[in-house]
Structure formats: structure tokens, C-alpha cells
Design a protein around this ligand. Structure first.
Ligand code: SAM
Length: 210
């Protein structure tokens, strides 16, 4: 699996890790311009560590759903093109704004990912939707946001089993999420994100024709 341009394996004092170049955001280790991309803190980082074929080349236009304080989306903006970061909780958005200050291509949007019509006037078409919303109805959020993807675009989603049902067996949750996603997307690859993130499923998918 090749990493997207702008993402490299870099040595941080004897420990080799994924890294991008940019201002640090969450106290991660740095070496010059390089900042460690910690897969324990980032589901997309874990997907790359697992060798999932994300289809990312670098430079893509990205819609990121569930940006929180900007841990992962800051790395995405380091190697991506225009990056729209949707988060509905005002508190983390303050830190997200700090992360965006040094990144001219990162655009925070204080919006609800279940209401894409509220940001459709800003976000037009994107190459990639990254989703990490950890809320009930994750397949529905992905389906609602399919409208932004180009025909050959990619959905890169992390599905948290406990957000759908705390008591259910994660495998059963993942089966039902896969089934719901399949009506809007062709699933290209799915993989559990252990040991970095327990009971999370990484999904790579492309939109089905309407
Ligand atoms: C697991 S955290 C995201 C961590 C982040 N992706 C990272 O790696 O840096 C999930 C985030 O999704 C946000 N979220 C949940 N439901 C949302 C929704 N409907 N619209 C926008 N954000 C949402 C939560 O407020 C939370 O900040």
C-alpha cells in the first residue's frame, strides 16, 4: 500500500511513525516540520497503519465529518487540498479554529452532519468524505453526505459499534451498518481497527450511481 503524497514514515527519536508536515495540534512529537500522526488518536491514521487501500493520493478535496478539535483533520489538511471540517459541538470548534489558523486550506464549519443542506452552499463536490462522528445512525450520516462525492470519490468512515448500541455484539452492529451503507455505497474494504481503536470498523467505499 502506498501512502498519499505528503504522508511519510518518519523517525522520531528511534520510533518510526506516520507523519505529515505542519504545525503541531495535540502535543504530538515533532522533528523539524514533521509531526507524528498517532494512530491511537486517529481512526484514519489507524486505517493507514492497517494498510487499508484508502485511494488517497494527496491533494484531494475533502469533506471531514466529526472534526472535533482537529486531531485528524489537521493531518488531512497537511497533505490534502481544500478540507471542509464539520463539527457540531461548539467547544472543540474553538481548538479546531486554532488548528486552521496555520492551514489556509482548512475550513471549519460549525454544522450538524445530519443536515447537509446547511453546508451545501459552501461545500460543492469533494473527492473524499472522511467520517468519524461516533453517534447513532452513522450509516445514515454517510448516506446523507453522499451527495457531495464525485462519481469516483471515496468514503473513508470509522464506525463505532457502541455508538449504535452499547449492549449489542459489535460484529452484529457492523453487519447491519454494512447492509445499510450498501444501498448508497459499494463497499471496497472493511477492517476492524484494533488494536488502535477497539470495536471500530474502518470502511472504504465508493458511491453507487443513483
Ligand atoms: C470521535 S470524535 C472525532 C475525533 C476526530 N475525528 C479526530 O480524529 O480528531 C466524534 C466527533 O463527532 C462529533 N459529532 C457527532 N455527531 C455529529 C454530527 N451529527 N454533526 C457533526 N459532528 C458530530 C462529536 O461532537 C465529536 O466531536
Amino acid at each position: 500500500m502506498t501512502l498519499p503524497a505528503g504522508v511519510e514514515r518518519h523517525d522520531f527519536g528511534g520510533e518510526t511513525s506516520l507523519a505529515t508536515q505542519g504545525q503541531p495540534v495535540y502535543g504530538e512529537r515533532t522533528d523539524g516540520d514533521w509531526r507524528r500522526w498517532d494512530p491511537h488518536r486517529s481512526k484514519l491514521g489507524a486505517m493507514l497503519e492497517h494498510g487499508m487501500d484508502t485511494g488517497l493520493d494527496g491533494g484531494e478535496t475533502v469533506l471531514y465529518l466529526g472534526a472535533a478539535a482537529g486531531t485528524t483533520v489537521s493531518h488531512v489538511a497537511d497533505f490534502g487540498g481544500p478540507t471542509y471540517a464539520v463539527e457540531f459541538a461548539p467547544r472543540p470548534v474553538r481548538e479546531l479554529l486554532d488548528a486552521a489558523e496555520s492551514r489556509q486550506n482548512l475550513f471549519p464549519l460549525l454544522k450538524d452532519a445530519r443536515k447537509p443542506e446547511r453546508y451545501a452552499h459552501v461545500v460543492e463536490s469533494v473527492d473524499v468524505v472522511v467520517q468519524d462522528v461516533a453517534t447513532r445512525g452513522q450509516a445514515r450520516v454517510a448516506t446523507l453526505n453522499k451527495r457531495f462525492l464525485t462519481d469516483d470519490g471515496r468514503l473513508l468512515a470509522a464506525i463505532k459499534a457502541r455508538s449504535e448500541d452499547v449492549t449489542a455484539d459489535p460484529d452484529a452492529v457492523f453487519d447491519s451498518v454494512r447492509e445499510e451503507l450498501s444501498s448508497a455505497y459499494e463497499l471496497l474494504e472493511t477492517a476492524r481497527l484494533d488494536p488502535y481503536h477497539e470495536d471500530h470498523l474502518g470502511v472504504v467505499a465508493r458511491p453507487r450511481e443513483d
